[in-house]
Write a protein that binds this ligand. Structure first.
Ligand code: CFM
Length: 538
């Protein structure tokens, strides 16, 4: 791997080589945790797989809230290309009737040249009036795109007036695409606005006989959160709110009544988990529902935190029942997958989460990395105090959260435990913590931050993995080279991949991808003769 790495870096100009070297770690188990550079600017022109700040705010965090209308204030392209492609599913239920589900629609102010010259505030105000009149939403989000920040439209002033006029929350997100180095900045901006304006604004009373969970950082891609909720309900928990897969503003308002916050994708939502802990004292637990062993650990950790024998027993019953059903199927596909190698490049947490599922299938991840994660996603939360804030991270405000004078309770009180019992549980269960992907990787594995088109191509060519996991921008690089590729963002057209049913679906899809004869018919470009023959340079 070291030679492959050296060869890959060689054609870069010196400055780029120096930059990229800091973003690449080859795991040396003797070295302790090796430092990686992350969440810093991409080298211009390098064809990164990252998205923009608007994508992280609108596309990832607030877009999936089904009963809020999300208006893109900007050109039609930004709205159109962030519309529906993430496969975050939603359905009507007792709280949200079908006419209140707006996720399948696309709302945009369609800024044209005269609007850019003379300002778009009036156009935006008119659009808010129109959507309220036509659709009667419970709340409206307005997400800014790059030109809005450049021309200086005052989003806050327009939305404040609209809130007063219509009597519903109209929220402004200054998530202009350029506001951070990637979509990660947009997650943080969305977290701040939801925390300030939505979470805790409801007046629901908690039923003391229920144990209430929130599922944070789960976006119901391909139906993932439905499968996770199925398992949690089976054990006997109530799920108050999901951020933000198949979620409604109605449920989100009352998320402060939860006993415990579960954090699935910590990258996109750890801000809210931390702010809810500061404001209400609600503890949070990092979980992972991708992979059978990971699910079992997560379910057992949750049960331990409740300190309740009924949940502990019921958890084991559900695990036994589900394993009896899914393990034989997974075993069937495992025979095909065992010993195969994979690359895994996804955004912020899946490159780590899916390693557990691949381990279940006997596969080895030889190259991995995130598009836009921070150092703690690689190295664990303990490095956070050592991360230097730069001009880009200072761009996003940190909210000053104070304990709520009425609702704040100590963590053990939220869990209905004595302080002694709570402390004892904390010594066994990692509440409020996550390890990065580094400790889970094998020696020699490459960890590459913000891997670009060229690097991915070089590595596929040299290391020839059996399967390439990535997104829509890079999957065809691999496929054209004869290596099957699966999207771990949208799951192509499949899913769910989370939970016990998800593990079965994933095993089937992966085995299918590697056994289809189609790949034998593709000749990789380096084995072909050049088509551009001629004697022009002869
Ligand atoms: Fe979290 Fe996500 Fe991810 Fe993410 Fe994303 Fe996504 Fe992702 Mo695509 S919130 S960080 S910004 S798990 S859209 S559902 S798959 S890059 S690894």
């Amino acid at each position: 791997n070291q030679e492959v790495l050296d060869e890959m870096l060689l054609p870069y100009p010196d400055k780029v080589q120096k930059n990229r070297t800091k973003h690449i770690v080859r795991k040396n188990p003797e070295e302790g945790c090796q430092q990686i550079e992350a969440n810093t600017r991409t080298v211009p022109g390098i064809i990164s797989q990252r998205g923009c700040c608007y994508a992280g705010c609108k596309g990832v965090v607030v877009g999936p809230i089904k009963d809020m209308i999300t208006i893109t204030h900007g050109p039609v392209g930004c709205a159109y290309y962030s519309w529906g492609t993430r496969r975050n599913k939603a359905r009507a239920d007792d709280i949200t009737p079908p006419e209140q589900i707006y996720g399948a629609m696309c709302f945009v102010t369609d800024m044209q040249e005269p609007d850019i010259v003379f300002g778009g505030e009036k156009k935006l105000a008119k659009m808010i009036d129109e959507v309220v009149e036509m659709f009667h939403p419970r709340a409206v989000n307005v997400c800014a795109t790059c030109p809005i920040g450049l021309i200086g439209d005052d989003l806050g002033a327009v939305t404040k007036k609209a809130t007063e006029k219509h009597g519903i929350p109209v929220l402004a997100y200054n998530c202009e695409g350029y506001r951070g180095v990637s979509q990660s900045a947009g997650h943080h901006i969305a977290n701040n606005i939801l925390m300030e304006n939505v979470i805790g604004s409801g007046d629901a009373e908690k039923n003391p006989s229920e144990f209430v969970l929130n599922l944070l950082g789960e976006y119901n891609i391909g139906g993932d959160s439905w499968e996770i909720e199925r398992i949690l309900h089976d054990i006997g928990y109530r799920v108050q709110g999901v951020l933000t897969g198949d979620s409604s503003v109605e449920e989100m308002k009352n998320m402060h009544i939860a006993n415990l916050n579960l954090v699935m994708c910590h990258r996109s939502i750890n801000y809210i988990a931390e702010m809810m802990e500061e404001k209400y004292g609600i503890p949070w637990l990092k979980i992972n529902f991708i992979g059978v062993e990971a699910i079992k650990k997560s379910l057992r950790d949750i049960a331990q935190v409740t300190g309740d024998e009924t949940f502990i027993r019921r958890t084991e019953e559900v695990i036994a029942r589900e394993e009896a059903r899914v393990l034989p199927v997974i075993e069937h596909y495992r025979k095909i997958c065992t010993g195969k190698t994979a690359f895994a490049f996804v955004g912020g947490s899946r490159s780590h989460h899916y390693q557990y599922l691949l381990k279940d299938l006997g596969m080895e991840v030889v190259v991995t990395g995130y598009e836009f994660a921070h150092r703690d996603d690689y190295e664990g939360r303990s490095v956070i105090p050592t991360i230097k804030t730069d001009a880009d991270s200072k761009n996003i405000p940190e909210l000053d959260i104070k304990p709520d004078p009425e609702l704040y309770k100590e963590a053990h009180e939220h869990l209905n435990l004595t302080k002694e019992k709570f402390d004892e549980i904390c010594s066994r269960v990692p509440l409020g913590n996550y390890e990065g992907m580094y400790p889970d990787m094998n020696g020699g594995t490459l960890m590459i931050d913000d891997c670009n088109h060229y690097e991915a191509e070089q590595l596929v060519k040299e290391l020839k993995p059996d399967l390439f996991f990535a997104g829509v921008r890079d999957k065809y690089i691999a496929q054209k080279m004869g290596v099957p590729a699966k999207q771990l963002h949208s799951y192509d057209y499949s899913g769910p991949y989370a939970g016990f049913n998800g593990a079965m679906n994933f095993a089937r899809d992966v085995a299918n991808a590697m056994t289809t004869p189609a790949w034998k018919f593709i000749i990789p470009p380096w084995e072909k003769e050049s088509e551009n023959k001629g004697d022009i340079n002869a």
